[in-house]
Design a protein around this ligand. Structure first.
Ligand SMILES: *Cc1c(COP(=O)(O)O)cnc(C)c1O
Length: 385
């Protein structure tokens, strides 16, 4: 089942388990092997099996790329050493003087990469409210080459209408990149809504077990794929074969994990919404969420990320977080275990003082797939502190 295009008839889980993952040709090994090698023997000068040096390509990586491209409904997929290495490769299309239109609520590391690294290379950016596209259009900088959106956003769980943003972006002659890390291809496939490229931190839900860092890009644009493969090889931020193996292994269970993340998060949201220690709950599955209708249209579930604001302010938020027992106090998200963090001080500290700064009473939960009663009991004791 290596040709993903012949697999259109298969469902999501079948593709996650089989596409790009035929039994190995020589031994029949059912699981894609870890090809732990840096180089590949050539039959004659320049005559090789498709692999020559492992920075350029490795069969374990190819299996992952083929499977993940299929999950996003994409013609092409390229895996990187981290989500940020993947983002860097997309942004390297830019030249001095070019402009990036960014959402005003984005992963802190994306903001840092665009502002501090690409800023030095002469690239400018602006932070925009993607829920107000009339203003985005009115303030359009003609040097814009890339529009960069996340949906749902991290950590405020805002929703961006991908189709509407893609229409505006294309009308202006730019490229739309959507960071799909929070939703995963199981819940949302941005290319189907008009995005030009989808980026993932596979460190999160795709890997799903907090044991490996990685990044992935899906696209239907062959020119972009050529650029990405060139950067992947020329710069060398490539994942090792073990990382690819672990990530691919994790993604085989993505659908069943996401179903549980969805239902556990819904129960957590229900509980938080009625708690007096919570002033507001941020979750696209709530009917009171300002873009619930868009989320319901472009997603098939609302995911495992939940943020809330502590009624008692910053100190109360800190007390809640520090009294967690089952929830682990840690950065990152999207794995089997429940995590809790304070975005203002932890994941989003680099956005302090900018348009992307987050409220200091904000608590972010990555709701895991443990038994829901245990999750709710821990939240209950935290909020009672
Ligand atoms: C973690 C994350 C990234 C960065 O990915 P790394 O694998 O940590 O480099 C990018 N976007 C989002 C939404 C993330 O959560």
């Amino acid at each position: 089942m290596t040709d993903q295009n012949s697999n259109e008839g298969f469902g999501f889980s079948t593709r996650a388990i089989h596409v790009g993952q035929d039994p190995e040709a020589i031994t029949g090994a059912v699981t894609v092997p870890v090809f732990q090698t840096s180089t590949f023997a050539q039959e004659a000068v320049g005559k090789h099996s498709g692999y020559e040096y492992a920075r350029t390509g490795n069969p374990t990586r190819t299996a992952l790329e083929t499977a993940f491209a299929s999950l996003e409904g994409a013609a092409f997929g390229v895996q990187f050493a981290s989500g940020l290495a993947a983002e860097d490769a997309i942004l390297r299309q830019l030249e001095p003087g070019d402009h990036v239109v960014l959402g005003n609520d984005a992963y802190g590391g994306t903001f840092r990469l665009i502002s501090k690294v690409f800023g030095k290379a002469g690239i400018t950016y602006s932070a925009n409210d993607f829920n107000d596209l009339d203003t985005v259009a009115a303030n359009w900088n003609p040097a814009t080459k890339i529009v960069w959106a996340e949906t749902p956003t991290n950590p405020l769980l805002n929703i961006v209408d991908i189709e509407a943003l893609a229409a505006l972006t294309h009308d202006k002659g730019a490229m739309l990149v959507v960071d799909n890390t929070f939703a995963t291809p199981y819940l949302q496939q941005p290319l189907r809504h008009g995005a030009d490229a989808v980026v993932h931190s596979t460190t999160k839900y795709l890997g799903g077990h907090s044991d490996v860092v990685g990044g992935f890009i899906a696209t239907n644009d062959s020119e972009l794929e050529t650029h990405l493969r060139f950067i992947n090889n020329a710069v060398g931020a490539v994942p090792g074969p073990w990382d690819c193996y672990l990530t691919l292994r994790g993604a085989k269970t993505l659908a069943v994990r996401m179903d549980r993340h969805n239902s556990n998060a819904a129960a957590v949201v229900e509980m938080l919404s009625r708690h007096k220690a919570v002033s507001s709950v941020l979750y696209p599955g709530l009917e009171s969420h300002p873009n619930h209708a868009i989320a319901a249209r472009q997603m098939s579930g609302f995911g495992g990320m939940v943020s809330f604001r502590a009624a008692g302010g910053r100190d109360a938020a800190m007390k809640i977080i520090e009294s967690a027992k089952l929830f682990t106090l840690a950065e990152s998200l999207g794995a089997v275990e429940s995590l809790i963090e304070h975005p203002g001080v932890m994941t989003h500290a680099s956005a302090a003082g900018s348009a992307l700064e987050v409220p200091d009473d904000l608590v972010r939960l990555s709701v895991g797939i443990e038994d829901i009663d245990d999750i709710l009991a821990d939240l209950d004791q935290m909020l009672g502190q």
